[in-house]
Design a protein around this ligand. Structure first.
Ligand code: PNS
Length: 172
């Protein structure tokens, strides 16, 4: 039985992540999506919200579980009895930092191997930051994220309606 963890910020999860999860679940017996809770980082969604959005975006059944963690990804892997860390690659530009992380993780915990999975071609330009930026400026994000994530993003990022009309009038 080979267990893999897929750590990340998932702020929020998008279709590129879901593609990687689908591929991983075809390879490994158990896949645990690990939502990082890093107190030094500010997120749009809390760790609980991000983990719930992952759960709501996954197809029913399957071998995928969701948990949140703080601390090192390798410690999370060991706690989950995983021997594999999955990371998704969109383009060659991702490889530089991913390679660094993989080697550092191997140094920290030689029993845990990093496996890179390439996302589908349709997802290469996707990133959570870009999707949040587009949504915050009123752009369409349908097809980039699952319907629950789209609803949550719209709820949190919808531009506020101008409720004090005189504030927005040009001076005469
Ligand atoms: O989705 P992200 O933000 O690209 O994921 C980065 C993540 C969470 C995989 C990475 O920051 C991480 O593993 N953080 C946990 C702390 C840790 O293990 N740091 C050492 C990495 S070599």
């Amino acid at each position: 039985m080979t267990v893999a963890v897929y750590p990340g910020s998932f702020d929020p999860i998008h279709n590129g992540h879901l593609d990687v999860i689908a591929r991983a679940s075809e390879i490994f017996d158990r896949v645990v999506v690990g939502v990082l809770d890093n107190a030094l980082k500010s997120y749009l969604f809390s760790a609980t919200e991000r983990a719930n959005l992952v759960r709501q975006s996954l197809p029913p059944g399957g071998v995928v579980e969701v948990a949140h963690f703080s601390g090192l990804a390798v410690s999370f892997a060991v706690a989950q009895q995983a021997t594999v860390i999955i990371r998704g690659l969109r383009a060659v530009s991702d490889l530089d930092s991913e390679f660094q992380m993989a080697l550092m993780n191997r140094r920290l915990e030689p029993r845990v191997h990093t496996v890179f999975l390439t996302t589908g071609f349709a997802n290469v330009y996707m990133s959570s930051s870009l999707i949040k930026d587009v949504c915050a400026h009123g752009g369409g994000i349908t097809g980039l994220v699952s319907p629950p994530v789209e609803a949550a993003l719209r709820h949190r990022l919808a531009p506020p309606a101008p409720d004090i009309p005189e504030l927005f009038e040009e001076a005469r």
